[in-house]
Design a protein around this ligand. Structure first.
Ligand SMILES: *Cc1c(COP(=O)(O)O)cnc(C)c1O
Length: 477
């Protein structure tokens, strides 16, 4: 497909809608403006063609594990674009934005109920940003307490890469905790780390269910050991979709959590945003949250900078406000049925896992939560890698699952169906995966040539990583 500049037949002519005489001299451009000279219809066709090349949930099944690519009801988009929200400026007086402050206040309260935490900040703009904010709170908490040697953070080997990064960026050293043969955090390893490092341990960062989609059954024992050691427990809430209304991080013994509103609560994601990664904390950590917060005296909402040991701000104003509106609508719309979201997500994942485990290696064969991780090891022995299976899937009507994550599973294929798909879709995907397993048996060579139907075939990934080239070069015109 040509770029819009290549489609323009007369690049250097001035676009007809700009009249030089409309501008005062000092505001006039001194350089040529490279705008394509096209009709509105041509522009519309160009962008429609581009958008048709995207894969999206409205086009097909999108089982990207760890990402929760579920369908987000359109009504929430519509409400978040109401003019009263859209045209509000955060510098307006409290009196002008009572409704927006109420949205923030109500969402925080609902997220407190869902997580069991005592206070929430909505400021962080992504999961990783929430992790950073929370680990900053951990750091400040121990500074204020005078426990300055707590410099170590325990992180399971199944953790998302952002966990060690968030710890490191706050000056902590990471200690890796090995998983056991059940795919769970090994309690003996925790005990070993505690006896080795003792009061150097600031916190553990855990995901539950973990990134293998397995529930950490020993979480109460783990939280007990760490609390007795004076350490904090941080909950990576990216997998909250599996447990809503059934249990919560507080019941598991966690002290801080982050959530991904763009995974669990009705904001589409990908393409870099907008996202939101609220952080929840227990009472003892509330004073460290970012300022400002919203108060309600029973009649009026107001903003105050009154967290006395606040880590400061992590976003401009309150963060990604439009995402809060969608999350609030989603939670209010579902009410107590939010529990069914998680039940259905777990049911869908277990159904697929049971059907596919006869064809792909399943290292941890037990009941899973909202996602599961297969391995392409059997196929790899026949000469077909997980990457080639993913490329083959690109020629079907499905988005490939997450591959090569988590790192502890060879040739990992991580599937998260979400609750929003029906059985017919799940069955079609299962059939496709079985078909692929059979193709591997019969004709492994054919996998060298996929994808064939996509606009770009096989990108040279090494070249793309080393010589990133995403700019259009006008000098070639
Ligand atoms: C997605 C994810 C994150 C990071 O969230 P972002 O919003 O992408 O920054 C952290 N941990 C886990 C387990 C995740 O799946």
């Amino acid at each position: 497909m040509k770029t819009i500049f290549e489609k323009d037949k007369n690049l250097n002519s001035k676009p007809f809608y700009l009249n030089e005489n409309d501008f005062i001299e000092e505001n006039k451009r001194t350089l040529e403006l490279n705008l394509p000279n096209m009709s509105e219809l041509e522009v519309m066709r160009h962008y429609k063609e581009l958008s048709d090349r995207n894969f999206c949930i409205e086009k097909g099944f999108y089982p990207l594990g760890s990402c929760t690519m579920k369908y987000n009801p359109r009504v929430n988009e519509e409400i978040s674009s109401y003019e009263g929200f859209l045209n509000l400026h955060p510098n307006q007086d409290d009196a002008d934005c009572q409704g927006a402050l109420e949205v923030i206040y109500d969402l925080e309260n609902l997220l407190k109920i869902i997580t069991g935490m005592d206070a929430i900040t909505l400021q962080p703009c992504a999961g990783a940003h929430g992790e950073f904010c929370a680990m900053n709170i951990v750091k400040k908490y121990f500074e204020v307490k005078g426990e300055k040697n707590r410099k170590k953070v325990l992180i399971p080997d199944s953790a998302h890469g952002t966990n060690p990064m968030s710890a490191k960026m706050n000056g902590f050293d990471c200690v890796e905790i090995k998983s056991n043969s059940d795919g769970l955090v090994d309690v003996e390893e925790i005990k070993k780390a505690v006896s080795e490092y003792g009061d150097e341990i600031a916190a553990i960062m855990m995901t539950n269910p973990n990134t293998l989609g397995l529930f950490e059954e020993n979480i109460l024992e783990i939280s007990d050991i760490l609390h007795k050691n004076g350490s904090l427990l941080y909950y990576d809430g990216a997998n909250l979709n599996a447990i809503m209304g059934h249990t919560n991080p507080k019941l598991m013994g966690f002290d801080l959590v982050h959530l991904n509103l763009h995974k669990t609560f009705s904001t589409p994601h990908g393409g870099g945003g907008p996202g939101s990664g609220p952080v929840g904390v227990i009472k003892e950590l509330e004073e460290f949250l970012p300022n400002p917060r919203v108060h309600f005296d029973g009649e009026v909402y107001s903003r105050k900078n009154d967290y006395k040991n606040s880590i400061g701000k992590v976003s401009t104003y309150f963060g990604d406000f439009s995402v809060y509106i969608k999350a609030l609508c989603y939670i209010l719309m579902l009410g107590k049925n939010l529990k069914d979201v998680s039940s259905d997500a777990v049911l869908c994942a277990n159904y697929m896992k049971e059907k596919l485990k006869k064809y792909y290696k399943l290292y941890y064969d037990k009941i899973c939560m909202h996602e599961f991780v297969l391995s392409g090891d059997i196929q790899k022995q026949k000469g077909v890698s997980t990457l080639q299976i993913a490329k083959r899937l690109m020629d079907s009507s499905f988005h490939p699952p997450t591959v090569y994550f988590p790192l502890i599973v060879h040739e990992a294929i991580m599937i998260e169906p979400t609750e929003s798909e029906n059985k017919e879709v799940l069955d079609r995907f299962i059939d496709e995966m079985i078909k692929i397993a059979k193709e591997v048996e019969e004709n492994p060579q054919s996998f060298e040539n996929y994808p064939q139907k996509t606009p770009v075939k096989r990108a040279d990934e090494t070249l793309a990583a080393r010589h990133l080239d995403i700019k259009y070069d006008f000098s070639n015109k």
